[in-house]
Design a protein around this ligand. Structure first.
Ligand code: IPE
Ligand code: IPE
Ligand code: MG
Length: 258
């Protein structure tokens, strides 16, 4: 059996570009950074915020369209209550301080994840920062907070199940294309480059669906040490990948040469 498929629209564009449109980062290693200096873990999270500022600025300058940062996973609630509480306080303080700066830099902020579980004060800060920056046309900065890739897929499936139950859709109509519009980030280009700092080589329930064809970059560098130069390394590495999306290398070369 053969099923000849057209190359879907957008694939040739993703093959040709040497700069990622969307970068997704697991900012890992804050705790170890602090512990190596004899400091409490939350000092590492604080230092991590500085690194965020640098990377956001560099991405905006470079012309990256979307930057998604994993700030708190749905599994991070399992950490000691003091660490969780200090993280929430840090998020509240950071959003309060940084929202206007993001706005000045034409950055549009968006938060994905189950935000209802956050303290009401944090939810209010998120809402006002999103509203303030909604009209900006520069970098889209997505913060994944209380986010889990499995949750994302499950909530999208729930939307479709509701339509099936209402008789609007048959089970056979459920395809990846039908599910996609219900996922977080549905309206943004898929991540092209995934970066994880801190040395671990795993996805930790980040964007499971959306990372299907991202290039995966792992570095030992701990997140608070991830400076502009480290981002350049990752961008340089990315520009040398041959992305194939199921095609052969020859097909890809033909597209690149066209
Ligand atoms: C990532 O750094 C930040 C969050 C998960 C909030 P970690 O806190 O996981 O740092 P390590 O992995 O313990 O060093
Ligand atoms: C992933 O890091 C989550 C964030 C960076 C927010 P973790 O440190 O929580 O991941 P695991 O537990 O080592 O897989
Ligand atoms: Mg970690």
């Amino acid at each position: 059996m053969s099923k000849h498929e057209e190359i879907p629209p957008g694939v040739d564009d993703r093959i040709r570009r040497s700069l990622p449109r969307h970068i997704a980062i697991i900012m890992d290693g804050n705790g170890r950074w602090a512990q190596a200096r004899g400091l409490p873990r939350h000092r590492g999270h604080k230092a991590g915020v500085e690194a965020v500022r640098g990377v956001v600025e560099r991405c905006a300058e470079a012309g990256v369209e979307v930057l998604t940062l994993f700030a708190f996973s749905s599994e991070n609630w399992r950490r000691p209550p003091t660490e969780v509480r200090l993280l929430m306080e840090l998020f509240i303080a950071t959003l309060g301080r940084e929202a206007r700066r993001l706005h000045r830099n034409n950055v549009r902020l968006r938060v994905i994840g189950e935000r209802e579980a956050f303290p009401p004060r944090l939810q209010a800060r998120i809402r006002s920062a999103e509203e303030l920056t909604a009209g900006n046309g520069g970098l889209t900065l997505v913060i994944a907070g209380n986010y889990g890739g499995r949750w994302d897929i499950a909530q999208a499936a729930r939307h479709l199940a509701t339509r099936v139950a209402a008789g609007e859709l048959a089970p056979a109509d459920i395809t990846p294309e039908r599910l996609q519009p219900h996922l977080s980030l549905h309206d943004l280009p898929e991540p092209d480059l995934f970066i994880r700092t801190g040395g671990e080589q795993r996805i930790s329930n980040f964007l499971l669906w959306q990372l299907a064809y991202a290039e995966l970059y792992f570095t030992e560098v701990l997140w608070p040490d991830f400076k502009a130069q480290e981002l350049e390394h990752a961008l340089d590495w990315f520009s040398r990948r041959q992305r194939r999306f199921g095609l052969t290398g020859q097909q890809v070369e033909a597209i690149r040469g066209a």
